[in-house]
Design a protein around this ligand. Structure first.
Ligand code: FMN
Length: 205
C-alpha cells in the first residue's frame, strides 16, 4: 500500500503517525494557571533535546485552533514539571487527558497530591517516581494545525530512592508506561541486554 501524504487531512495523518511512532514515552506535565490552579495532562510526543544543559521537548497540539491549558500556562509563567508515571498511575494519567475547562484542576479532580517545586512555583506530583522541574527554553510552531514544540531546560530532578543505579535509572524498578496508537498503552516487556557498542565520550564544545 502506498499513501501520498498530501491526500490526508490532519485527523487521518495523526492516526497514522501515532500508530507508527511507537512505543512513545509519556511526559505527565504539571503547570500552574494564571489563577493559581494546578493543571496536569499527558503528552507522548516528547523527547530528549540536549544533554548539557539537559533539555527535553514536548509537542503540544491545539483543540480546534485553541491552545491547550498546558501550553497557555507554560507561556504564562515559563515553567513546567515533567512527571514520569509508573504502571500504578496509568488510570489517573489516562483520565487527566480529559478536556476539562481551565477552571478545573485535574490534580484536585483526580485526587493527585502535589508538592511545591523547588526552583519554580509549579508543583510536582508526589506519586510520580520521577519529576523534572523545567524552565521554558523555546517554543517553535510546526505545520498548519498550530502545534508547537516546547523545549524546557531541566533545573531540578526528583528521583525516588532506589531507582538510580550507577548513574542509570533501573527501568525494571521504574516500570514505565508507554503510549501506542489510540487509547492503547504498553508496559515494559522483556529487557534484552547486548554488549555495549563503544561510543566517543560526550563533551561540551
Ligand atoms: C497518553 C496520552 C498522550 C498524549 N500526548 C499528547 C501530545 O503529545 N500532544 C498533545 O497535544 N496532546 C496529547 N494528548 C492529549 C492531551 O493530553 C489532551 O488534549 C489534554 O486534554 C490536554 O490537557 P490541557 O488542556 O489541560 O493541557 C495525549 C493524551 C494521552 C492520553
Amino acid at each position: 500500500m502506498k499513501i501520498y501524504a498530501d491526500s490526508m487531512g490532519p485527523e487521518q495523518t495523526y492516526k497514522l503517525l501515532t500508530g507508527i511512532v511507537v512505543p512513545r514515552p509519556i511526559a505527565w506535565v504539571s503547570t500552574l494557571s494564571e489563577t493559581g490552579l494546578t493543571n496536569v495532562a499527558p503528552f507522548s510526543c516528547y523527547t530528549i533535546v540536549s544533554n548539557m544543559p539537559p533539555m527535553i521537548g514536548i509537542n503540544i497540539g491545539r483543540k480546534a485552533g485553541v491552545r491547550k491549558d498546558t501550553a497557555t500556562n507554560i507561556l504564562f509563567n515559563s515553567h513546567f514539571v515533567v512527571n514520569i508515571a509508573d504502571e500504578t498511575l496509568l488510570e489517573p494519567l489516562h483520565q487527566s487527558a480529559g478536556e476539562y475547562p481551565p477552571q478545573i484542576s485535574e490534580t484536585q479532580l483526580l485526587d493527585l497530591e502535589t508538592l511545591p517545586g523547588e526552583s519554580m512555583p509549579v508543583p510536582r506530583l508526589v506519586a510520580a517516581p520521577i519529576s523534572m522541574e523545567c524552565r521554558l527554553h523555546s517554543v517553535t510552531p510546526y505545520g498548519d494545525t498550530g502545534a508547537e514544540f516546547f523545549v524546557g531546560e531541566i533545573r531540578v530532578w526528583h528521583i525516588r530512592d532506589g531507582l538510580l543505579n550507577d548513574g542509570k535509572i533501573d527501568s525494571t524498578i521504574l516500570r514505565p508506561i508507554c503510549r501506542l496508537g489510540g487509547p492503547n498503552y504498553a508496559t515494559l516487556g522483556k529487557v534484552v541486554t547486548l554488549q555495549a557498542v563503544s561510543q566517543t565520550p560526550k563533551t561540551v564544545l
